[in-house]
Design a protein around this ligand. Structure first.
Ligand SMILES: NC(=O)c1ccc[n+]([C@@H]2O[C@H](COP(=O)([O-])OP(=O)(O)OC[C@H]3O[C@@H](n4cnc5c(N)ncnc54)[C@H](OP(=O)(O)O)[C@@H]3O)[C@@H](O)[C@H]2O)c1
Length: 326
């Protein structure tokens, strides 16, 4: 048996329930894992609220770190006793122990703690594909400006640091002056409080009227229009989340005046196989091991405090990564 957080209906944080669930043994291609730490992500909120509706009852959570207790047939890259971390479907990481597919589970380097592993896999693999694989048609070189919304969040603080390591000038937006300061300390070249300032106008000032080559927009509804205005000719709009609500239906003609490109990616489109996942994870482990990227764990909650953790994330009260401890 394992203490597990699940929902039986969609709704606010109150629908999260801690229950005892049977764990079972791994089938072919699966592992049995004991968690030491669990990562919280905004996608967990979308799944809990029903914005991304999955069948009920639903165990939540897509990120974690721990120790392998058993492996099923055909799993060759892991063995019993390995320290591991992952970002993976299906959801179900908010628990003590689980059986899960092995494909996205990676061995954790010895010097990276379980807490750091749990706090960085989904967010860090996301930043890997955003900065290294979502490339504008004109290419991305050191010195180029990009705009990154919600830059003091879990994905955001990793992006600030990794972008700096790549020589990019990352213009950050965030919802308070304190969050802006954190983004600047993490390597952003500029930071805009988009609750008090017109971020599109500020981006034009900062870039001398040129605009940015890429906008990384995970806020969605509230920032969509302004984000398009920030892009330069042939710029790339990367819409990868909807923290403020989904982007309303758009007119393709809106892209015409500047010949813009639009993509709506997901981390598992890039990390779609064992090989692609491991290649992306190796790059993440390298930037973390070298100290170029520090994983900022600003909130820790016990598994049974999961409701408070969700409430803080949704209320924009968190910075960096949040983990659940078991
Ligand atoms: N497509 C993908 O592959 C992928 C993968 C991972 C994450 N994501 C997306 O990336 C975003 C960041 O994920 P995360 O887990 O690191 O979360 P997070 O950034 O730590 O938290 C979300 C942040 O969004 C901002 N926000 C703006 N408007 C908001 C609103 N109305 N309600 C709540 N928050 C609002 C808040 O920052 P401010 O107060 O600074 O505005 C909040 O802290 C999420 O949208 C997530 O879905 C997408």
């Amino acid at each position: 048996m394992s203490k597990t957080v699940q929902i039986t209906r969609y709704g606010g944080a109150e629908v999260l329930e801690l229950v005892e669930r049977a764990v079972g043994q791994p089938a072919a291609g699966e592992i049995l894992l004991r968690h030491h730490a669990i990562g919280l992500n905004f996608i967990d909120v979308y799944q809990r609220s029903g914005l991304y509706a999955l069948p009920l009852p639903l165990a939540l959570g897509m990120e974690g770190a721990g120790v392998v207790e058993a492996v099923g047939d055909g799993v060759t890259h892991l063995q019993k006793g390995d320290r591991v971390a992952y970002a993976s479907n299906p959801p179900g990481s908010y628990c003590e122990r689980r059986v899960m597919p092995a494909t996205h589970v990676c061995k954790l380097p010895d010097h990276i703690s379980f807490e750091t592993g749990a706090a960085m896999m989904l967010k860090g693999l996301t930043v890997q594909y955003l900065l290294k694989q979502c490339i504008p048609v004109e290419g991305l070189q050191a010195g180029d400006h990009v705009l990154f919304h919600a830059a003091a969040g879990g994905v955001g603080l990793i992006a600030c640091q990794w972008a700096k390591a790549l020589g990019l000038k990352l213009i950050a937006t965030a919802g308070s002056d304190e969050k802006c300061q954190l983004a600047l300390l993490s390597g952003a070249s500029h930071a805009i409080n988009y609750r008090t300032q017109d971020f599109a106008a500020r981006v034009q000032e900062i870039t001398g009227g040129q605009g940015v080559k890429v906008v990384y927009d995970s806020v969605g509804k509230d920032t969509w229009e302004g984000s398009l205005a920030c892009l330069r000719r042939f710029g790339l709009m990367v819409s990868f989340g909807n923290a403020s609500g989904p982007v309303p239906p758009i007119s393709v003609a809106a892209l015409a005046p500047k010949g813009l490109y639009l993509t709506r990616p997901s981390v598992f489109v890039y990390a779609h196989s064992r090989e692609t996942t491991q290649a992306m994870a190796d790059q993440l482990f390298e930037v973390v091991s070298s100290g170029k990227v520090n994983i900022h764990i600003a909130q820790r909650y016990a598994l049974q405090e999961v409701r408070a953790a969700h409430q803080a994330l949704e209320a924009r009260q968190t910075t960096g990564s949040t983990i659940l401890t078991v």
